[in-house]
Design a protein around this ligand. Structure first.
Ligand code: FBP
Length: 699
């Protein structure tokens, strides 16, 4: 159709090219929907059975033994594929079932494939089985808001990111009322099994639901999800049962793609420092993976900072015969100094640009801040327990909250047994910027977790960095290195003798590739003075413009761009690794259901190996529990797995730090991870951390 001015809008909109261009689906999406994930070998058989094994041991928590008596003795379940089974098993396997599934917590790429795997397996075992998706997270269970999944609905979301199909939420089923309502929902839907796809807190919740619902004959199973990568399960002997939760690979690749692009941009226009905060509520696994994927100039790892000891302070204290407890752990101020050192060292070789990666949960590992977080958690929780209205709705404005804290400090002065909030705490708290105070006082999530994603950690740190860089600049210790050939050329062009000017202008003339203007020369006035003193210009004479230009070039300005990588990566379409991983988790969870298991978490062993070696298993949840402070009280939860500073992955990153910082003449060592590619050859088969940490374990 030739488009003329007279062509109507309706005709244009009906044109096939316009129809294709404005369609909601595109080629990539259709390709994803059509992709059939690989099946682990055991699932190629018509049946699966469970084999309980004593090979893995756990240390049981006393409280878990008390509160979860019916599932605490659960063992690891191996899954075996069978071509034939006896009639009773076949009947059991293929019986008509009603299964409910719920997403709990933040979205993680691959969730839809868990549903698809479960749905396909359930329908294959018995086409009359029904799978219900609870809507908007655990609230859907409490309120009986569910949708029966159909081929059409499931097919629409195969291999696609997000939890869009049934949405998610962060409600915790933590009261008698909510538990009773949940049981009622399961009764109404006549559920045989409930599957909770969630993080450490949600799987903890799944264990309590399993215990509670045992009486009703409802099996409850968990699936380890979180982009944070902090659900990793080992037994007491160190055998890895679950190396990584799903979604981690995709989120890390998405962050790395964006940050890799920033490395390219930054080293092109060489004027910005990109400060990139990456998600991971507590653990720095995502930051570590991003470091490996991009080779950014500096990546902070929270767990490493917590491990820090100030050797100079310790030595001084030892020499004085005293103890200096402040030498242990990192302070924000000290950290800002380390970042400044990085910036200064690169700038000295002409690189006043770069990329710094900061983990979202950094503050968790800074002692002074962690103390505030824990104290405020307790204050807020205690307030909520003793008042009708909760802390945040009672004290809406920051001033009101601060006033309440002031009253607590006053109380500590009057009543020495009250130790929660001292005058010193109050003074220190009042010293920090208002936006940071607001962040620290912010509402905790339903599991009592501090919401790190809502705090501008990077801003807090950056303010300190800027302050200190200004001091260094005034002291003449922060300078842009001038390349020696550039200096010579500019001077020759201006008819000036570089060998006359060089020694007067620079500290290291004739020594280094990059020349540093003497620390006393920090302004045009001091430059003038230096040239006059050296007899290079007379009093009142103008500074040669080439020299002034060189000087100005040596004076750094610290320009930053701040980025937060979190929700964007969390919403990415899954990598092929996550597609296959999650689909097989879905198949695994059905095998657990079909063999009557409860209180187990589906997992795939050997994720670091070739797909042919992947081994679906069930991990008992209750033995993973330990006591942790939540909402000011000790609560049973699954232990979060943080970065192990002795792991191979961390040690490799640590060993590369100087190289990737590239504070030396020459190129940076950035790596271009490129975008997530669903089809085609890709070297990114699995997280790099996973591969590195498996070294030795599999040898
Ligand atoms: P889950 O642990 O529930 O998977 O959530 C992880 C996470 O993406 C963290 O990285 C982040 O701190 C948090 O969720 C953000 O929470 P919210 O979505 O409530 O803002």
């Amino acid at each position: 159709m030739p488009v003329k001015e007279t062509t109507s809008l309706e005709e244009i909109l009906n044109h096939p090219t316009v129809q294709t261009a404005t369609d909601d689906s595109n080629a990539e999406m259709l390709e994803r929907r059509a992709y059939s994930p690989l099946h682990c070998e055991v699932f190629s058989h018509p049946y699966t059975i469970l084999q309980e094994t004593d090979r893995y041991r756990f240390e049981l928590d006393k409280q878990a033994e008390k509160l979860l008596p019916d599932i605490i003795a659960n063992k690891v379940q191996l899954i075996e594929g069978k071509n034939s089974v006896d009639d009773a098993v076949a009947r059991q396997y293929g019986k008509q079932r009603n299964i409910g599934i719920v997403f709990s917590g933040g979205p993680a790429p691959g969730g839809h494939n868990v549903i698809a795997g479960l749905y396909d397996a359930a329908k294959k075992a018995n086409p009359d089985s029904r799978v219900y998706g609870f809507l908007v997270g655990p609230d859907g269970i409490v309120e009986n808001e569910a949708v029966e999944l159909s081929d059409d609905l499931v097919n629409r979301y195969r291999n696609l990111g997000g939890f869009t199909m049934i949405k998610t939420g962060r409600t915790k089923i933590d009261s008698k009322e909510k538990m009773a309502l949940s049981r009622e929902t399961c009764r109404r839907l006549d559920l045989d099994a409930l599957v909770v796809v969630g993080g450490d807190d949600s799987n903890t919740n799944a264990a309590f639901l399993a215990q509670e619902m045992m009486a009703d004959g409802v099996q409850v199973l968990g699936v380890p999800k979180t982009i944070d990568g902090d659900i990793q399960v080992r037994d007491v002997d160190g055998s890895v049962l679950c190396a990584m939760s799903f979604g981690f690979h995709t989120a890390a690749r998405a962050f790395a793609t964006a940050i890799g692009n920033l490395c390219t941009d930054s080293s092109s226009d060489i004027k910005y420092w990109h400060i990139c905060k990456v998600m991971g509520r507590v653990a720095s696994h995502l930051a570590l993976e991003v470091a490996l994927q991009t080779h950014a100039n500096m990546t902070l790892i929270g767990e490493d900072l917590a491990d820090y000891t100030d050797k100079t302070r310790l030595a001084k204290a030892q020499a004085d015969g005293t103890s200096d407890y402040n030498a242990y752990g990192m302070t924000l101020r000290h950290l800002s100094r380390i970042i400044c050192k990085t910036i200064v060292s690169r700038t000295a070789v002409g690189k006043n640009y770069g990329v710094i990666v900061i983990p979202e949960g950094l503050l968790e590992f800074i002692n002074e801040i962690q103390v505030f977080i824990v104290k405020l958690n307790t204050i807020i929780a205690e307030y909520n327990q003793t008042h009708d209205k909760d802390f945040h709705s009672n004290f809406l404005r920051l001033e009101d909250k601060l006033e309440y804290l002031r009253r607590l400090a006053q109380r500590s002065r009057e009543d020495t047994s009250f130790r929660l909030w001292h005058t010193r705490d109050d003074d220190l708290f009042n010293d920090i910027p208002a936006f940071f105070q607001e962040g620290l006082l912010m509402e905790r999530d339903s599991h009592g977790n501090f919401q790190f994603s809502q705090v501008e950690t990077e801003k807090v740190l950056l303010d300190l960095v800027i302050d200190y860089l200004n001091i260094l600049k005034e002291e003449g210790r922060y300078k842009v290195g001038i390349q020696k050939d550039y200096f010579r050329k500019r001077m020759d062009d201006a008819g000036l003798d570089p060998d006359r000017y060089g020694p007067e202008l620079f500290n290291n003339f004739g020594i280094d590739e990059y020349l540093l203007v003497k620390s006393g020369i920090i302004s045009v006035k001091t430059l003038n003075q230096a040239l006059e003193n050296a007899g290079l210009i007379k009093t009142g004479e103008k500074i040669p413009s080439a020299v002034e230009k060189i000087f100005k070039k040596s004076m750094p300005s610290f320009k930053t761009q701040i980025h937060f990588y979190g929700y964007d990566g969390r919403g990415s379409d899954p990598t092929r690794f996550d597609c296959n991983y999650t689909y097989n988790l879905g198949l695994t969870v059905f095998s657990l259901i079909a063999s009557e298991a409860t209180g187990q978490m589906a997992a795939i062993k050997n994720l670091d190996m070739d797909f042919s070696k992947w081994e679906p298993i069930g991990i008992p949840i209750a033995p993973l529990m330990h006591l942790e402070e939540r909402k000011g009280k000790l609560a049973l939860v699954i232990e979060k797995s943080i970065v192990d500073v002795n792991s191979v992955a961390f040690r490799v990153v640590k060993a590369q730090r100087v190289k990737w910082l590239a504070a030396a003449p020459g190129d940076d060592h950035y790596r271009r991870p490129g975008p997530i590619r669903f089809t085609g050859k890709s070297e990114e088969d699995r997280p790099i951390t996973l591969e590195l940490n498996a070294i030795g374990a599999n040898d």
